[in-house]
Write a protein that binds this ligand. Structure first.
Ligand SMILES: Cc1ncc(COP(=O)(O)O)c(C=O)c1O
Length: 430
């Protein structure tokens, strides 16, 4: 590789390394998994004219500290900054506006999503709220009808009171989206795959519809992470994440990010950060910076384990249905193969009844019962009473979330141990 030690900020970070000129893949011939991963990295390098994904995750914004040489990004726990004289500072004035640790994370996440810049917030919900604070009374937002439950709660119970209008549509049906757009629509807000039904939307097709209508397309990429899905390359205008999930990866901090594609968006969100203040703390920025260094290897393992667990569940006699885009029986398996470079770790299954779900969840030992997802540990949740409780029974029934559904975020433990735990807990279902 053609990188010479530390990348200082003054040097261009995105130079195409010499590795592209040679067929390194021949050295990996023997190992199919390593070859597939190298091919993905090579394709991303070619398309984006940048170093590969894992290299960007470890190096962009993560350059050694120019003052001390510290290989890890320093945490700057400061609210304010010494000014040289009135009107002259070193680029930082007050930490609600900006903080050096936060700047590093914002550079890193923009590079991973292929955006021009990013802004990080105190949680995924704070980021999603920030998206909507740009709108005015009467503006309309069209959304996927199957979203993380906290999002419609924010939209329906808080932001409609401020005069914004939200309607919901099955965004996997591009024609239905076209029909549901209004002259006042400002944003199409999409999760793909959705939470918890694992429904995909065709991001490229939606971006074409949005472009012709002058509507902004926002994709929540939390479930796939930029490692497996690149919405901006598919035409999205903005990407959001709950960094709480795969980007952090260790279930030890909340956070959210908006990845921008234009300078105007970046300025708008910087203004919202400075004005509304829901910014991510320097320590939590550092946790995400540390987490993303291993994103590529974690996602590979999540995906490997996810495929095995989905296959196991789909063949288990106690389970009625499995929702996982990597299964050939998933109605959008072909779109998943085209739009994503892996299938990830999120699986939902139907146990048949609330009583079955309860029996199963009471028995799990290695897998943890809890809200959230995307950590190294296998986490299992019950959408009807946890993530989607706010929708109410009617709201859940409308989109097909049942009381018997169980959602698994497959971790990176030894897969045999995960399977053994699921198997013994499934035995509790009559
Ligand atoms: C897909 C998705 N988006 C957004 C959020 C909200 O993120 P946070 O919990 O960090 O506020 C969640 C939370 O579970 C989520 O699953």
């Amino acid at each position: 590789m053609a990188f010479n030690g530390i990348w200082h900020r003054a040097q261009p970070v995105f130079s195409l390394p010499a590795a592209l000129d040679r067929d390194w893949l021949q050295w990996l011939e023997a190992d199919a998994a390593a070859r597939a991963s190298a091919e993905r990295s090579r394709a991303s390098m070619k398309e984006l004219k940048q170093p590969g994904f894992a290299t960007r995750a470890i190096h962009v914004g993560q350059e050694a500290d120019p003052v001390t040489g510290s290989i890890g990004v320093p945490i700057y726990p400061t609210s304010t900054y010494l000014q040289d004289e009135l009107g002259r500072n070193k680029g930082y004035e007050y930490s609600r506006v900006s903080n050096p640790t936060r700047t590093r994370l914002e550079e890193n996440l923009a590079a991973l999503e292929g955006g021009s810049s990013s802004r990080v917030f105190a949680s995924g919900m704070a980021a999603i709220n920030a998206l909507c604070t740009r709108f005015q009374t009467g503006d309309h937002v069209l959304c996927s009808n199957d979203l993380y439950g906290g999002v419609p709660r924010l939209f329906n119970q808080v932001l409609t009171n401020c005069g914004l209008e939200f309607t919901y549509v099955n965004t996997s049906d591009t024609a239905a989206v076209k029909r549901a757009l209004r002259s006042t629509t400002r944003m199409l807000y999409v999760e793909s795959p959705t939470n918890p039904l694992m429904v995909l939307s065709d991001i490229r097709a939606l971006s074409q519809v949005c472009r012709t209508k002058g509507v902004e397309l926002v994709v929540d990429n939390t479930f796939m992470s930029p490692y497996f899905q690149q919405p901006i390359a598919l035409g999205a205008d903005l990407v959001v994440h709950s960094t709480t999930k795969f980007l952090n990866g260790h279930s030890d901090g909340l956070g959210g990010v908006i990845v921008c594609t234009t300078t105007e968006q970046a300025e708008q969100f910087a203004f919202i950060q400075k004005t509304a203040g829901a910014i991510l703390s320097p320590f939590e920025c550092w946790l995400v910076l540390r987490g993303v260094k291993t994103l590529a290897v974690r996602m590979e393992q999540h995906d490997k384990n996810g495929r095995i667990v989905a296959d196991f569940l789909s063949k288990h006699k106690k389970i009625k249905k499995v929702y996982y885009p990597g299964l050939a029986c998933h109605p959008q398996h072909t779109l998943a193969q085209r739009q994503m470079t892996g299938f990830g770790a999120m699986i939902t299954f139907e146990s048949g009844a609330l009583s079955n779900a309860k029996k199963f969840l009471k028995k799990i030992r290695l897998c943890a019962l809890g809200e959230s997802l995307g950590g190294v540990e296998t986490l299992i949740s019950h959408p009807a009473t946890m993530t989607h409780a706010a929708l109410g029974e009617k709201g859940r029934a409308q989109i097909g979330i049942t009381a018997g559904m169980v959602r698994i975020s497959v971790g990176i433990e030894d897969v045999c141990d995960i399977l053994a735990d699921l198997d013994q807990a499934l035995a509790a279902i009559p």
